[in-house]
Every structure is written in C-alpha cells, then in structure tokens.
Design a protein around this ligand. Structure first.
Ligand SMILES: *Cc1c(COP(=O)(O)O)cnc(C)c1O
Length: 421
C-alpha cells in the first residue's frame, strides 16, 4: 500500500507530479510520501496497541528529520543505534521517554548521553556492556533502565547480511547464557532491569521465525520469573519485511500481532517493537534520469544518474528494486531488457540486470521503488558524488527536507597539512 500512482500519464507522489519535483530539485532525488508513512505506522501501531508498549521507528532505516517528525507526531518513538541517531530523534521531536537505544557497541559517551537525556530504555548486548553501563550510571547517580537483548538462535531475514538472530551473529546475549547475565545485571546497583529484547533480522517474509524467537523469549521470561526476576517489558525489535517485488507476500501486521498475542500476550508485560523498513520502505522512491542508452555487444545498458553510492542495496545485498518509468508506459508496448547501471567506476554499480522496461531514451526519468528505507541513510559520497537531496510530499505540497550539498560543503571538513601547502 503506497501513494505513488500514475495520473494522466504521469507518476505522482500523492497529489504532486514527480516530474514537477525533478524540475524544481534536479535529479537524482529521493521522494517520500507522508500519507504512506502515516498509513504504515498506523496499521502497525494499531495492531500492537493492545500490548501497551511503544512503537519505536528504527531511525537507521530513514534518518531524515522531517520523516521522523512526521512519525513522532503520530506517537512514534525511536529506536536509535548511535549517539548521532539519538540526537536526530530528539531534534525531530521524539520525547526521550519514547527512545530505545540498541546496538552492540555503545561508547561511554553515548551511554552518558542516553542517561542525561533520560531515554526509555537501553538495550544491552553483552556482559561487559552491562558492567560499563553500570559504572557510567553510578558515576551520574542514576539507575539506567535496561533490557537485555538476547540472541534466540533463530535464522531469519532476507539476506545473510541482515540476519541477526543466529548464534554465530554478533548480536545479543546467547539465550542459553541469558539467565546468568540477568542475575549479574540484577546485582549491579546502577541498573534497573526492565525487560528483554530480541531483533532477529530484517526483511523477514514469514512469521515462523518470529514465533520461534518469541517462544524462546516467553520461556526466558517464565524461567526468570521462577528465579525471582520479574520483567515488565518485552521489545520485539523490527524485521517484518515489505514487498519489493509484485507478488512478494508479506504477512500483514495484524497476523504478526496474532503471533505476539499467542506467544507473549498472557505474560502481563508491555510489548514494544522497532519497525523500520515496514514503515519507510514503500514510502520512498529514488528518482533518476536516464543519461545514455548504450548498446553493448550482448546487453543494452541504461546508464542513469543515480549510482550505488546513492542506493547501495542492490550492490550490497543483491536486493531487487522495482523500476518504473515516470512517464506512464503505453499499455501493450513491447519491452526491452536493460541492465540499469550508474556512473560509478565499479561493476557492482548495477541496479538491475536484464530488466524488461518500456523503451527508454536519454532524459527519461525512472523511479526505483521501495527506496524509503536503507536508501538515503546508507548513501555515501563515493566518487565524490554529492548526497542525493530528499523531498517530502504531503498531499499537494512538497518540500526539500535535505538539500543537495555544494562541492564546497562536501570538502569543508578536509584540510591540507601545512607541509603540503
Ligand atoms: C535494524 C534494526 C531494526 C529495524 O529493522 P527493520 O528490518 O528495518 O524493521 C530494529 N531493531 C534493531 C535493534 C535493529 O538493529
């Protein structure tokens, strides 16, 4: 469900024509839809409402301030994985008491920031991290609200690089070692042990791994309870996928909620979640202009002005992104198989191979679908290419919510040493 549709032959984001945005802002450009963000957040939040927890948007999936503010106004919290993301969430208007800090390697400075801000919860992923957080909290005279992230040893996720819940992954405390870690945590005076967290992976298209993981969480909560350690919070992490391809069947949030209810619903804990991709993925397009059509000896290349540095998912995860022309194709028109590639000097700078598309020519605009999550946030300036601007559409209005930097700005942090001057 999204709000990018053709109208009179032109692709629109809500009530704004994409080519009008490109006219104003240039290409390439990321375009996000407020109505889509809103709908995805609300469907998910409504599904989990009965569990009384937070829905914390995973800022790493889309770190744009205006996007986060849009969600914050709907009641979203934020799941952050660095001090930088914590600052972004606060600047976007997320109240500290709706922020969860995740991640395997928080620095002392990041712990201090989290405690000073007074955030809802810090998810701790190892025993040494428990010890450091305890020390930092004691030095500040506060108690840190913590959950332990456990690793349930469940395989899930759309690609090996985004599977996080197997025991060979770096994440979480092995679930078999968790009871001892909890006993240790409860002995530390600087910690207030609130709950348990899991996050088993990303782009998960099937409910079974969630059920397996949640059942292990259930066992752990009951085992700890029998041991005199009673937890009041469960954090499910994120991970529910989005359809990147037509026909990709992803279970809808109410079905996910049913699994939560059957596995954890009777424990009397508040249950929070940290969705990222699910909220932002289909709410964004990356729009790019065709620069050249190049006839190779065996392939036809569409060379476009976006590249792997702007949207790295195809290069990094062999990910599929739907590609549609901004001018609506003539129905029934024969397609041509294109390799859609960017200008970066790497073979990996390939968005799609042998993709059937309507005939393209230089100057045509195309849109990469489902680019709202792990798109702009993962972009870099590789090849000294400026970061792509981001635009937020709301009904019939749009605004640039991050502009394209100038070359001076891109170079502003660099300095030639005196001996080279
Ligand atoms: C990445 C991440 C998320 C969000 O994952 P999605 O697949 O985008 O929903 C949530 N929680 C943690 C701890 C993460 O690392």
């Amino acid at each position: 469900m999204h709000h990018f549709h053709y109208r009179n032959g032109r692709l629109y984001a809500e009530d704004v024509a994409i080519d009008d945005i490109v006219q104003a802002v240039g290409s390439p450009v990321y375009i996000y839809s407020t109505a889509t963000l809103t709908r995805h957040f609300q469907v998910f939040a409504d599904s989990l409402k009965e569990f009384g927890g937070l829905v914390c948007f995973a800022v790493k999936s889309n770190g744009n301030t205006a996007v986060i503010r849009t969600l914050a106004r709907l009641g979203a919290g934020a799941d952050v994985v660095s001090g930088g993301e914590l600052m972004v969430a606060r600047a976007a208007g997320v109240p500290a008491e709706r922020i969860i800090f995740s991640g395997v390697g928080k620095t002392r400075a990041e712990m201090e920031l989290a405690l000073d801000e007074g955030i809802h919860q810090i998810n701790v992923e190892s025993v040494p991290e428990l010890d450091l957080l305890n020390e930092v909290a004691l030095a500040r005279g506060v108690k840190a609200p913590v959950a332990l992230r456990v690793n349930p040893d469940v395989g899930a996720g759309g690609h090996a690089k985004i599977t996080t819940g197997k025991k060979e992954n770096k994440f979480g405390i092995d679930w078999t070692a968790a009871p001892a870690a909890y006993r240790h945590a409860c002995s530390l005076p600087g910690l207030d042990v609130k709950g348990v967290a899991v996050h088993i992976g990303s782009q998960i298209a099937d409910l079974q791994p969630f059920e397996d993981a949640f059942l292990r969480v259930r066992d752990l909560v009951l085992m700890l309870r029998a041991d005199g350690i009673s937890l009041s919070r469960i954090d499910l992490g994120g991970g529910l996928g989005v359809p990147y391809e037509d026909g990709n069947d992803i279970p809808p949030p109410p079905e996910y909620a049913a699994i939560v209810r059957s596995t954890l619903g009777d424990l009397g804990c508040s249950i929070s979640a940290e969705p990222g991709r699910l909220i932002a993925g289909n709410a964004g397009l990356l729009v790019s202009e065709v620069m050249f059509i190049k006839e190779g000896s065996t392939r036809t290349f569409a060379i476009v002005d976006a590249a792997m540095n702007d949207l790295v998912r195809p290069a990094m995860y062999e990910a599929f992104h739907g590609i549609i022309p901004v001018a609506e194709p003539v129905p029934g028109e024969a397609t041509i198989d294109y390799d859609v590639v960017g200008p970066v000097c790497e073979t990996g700078d390939t968005f799609a191979k042998q993709r059937p598309l309507p005939p393209l020519k230089a100057g045509d605009l195309i849109a990469f679908k489902t680019a709202g999550a792990y798109g702009a946030t993962m972009s870099s300036q590789y090849n000294a290419r400026p970061l792509v601007p981001e635009v937020l559409v709301d009904g019939n209005r749009f605004a640039v919510v991050r502009r394209r930097p100038t070359f001076e700005e891109m170079r502003a942090l660099e300095q030639v040493p005196e001996w080279l001057a």
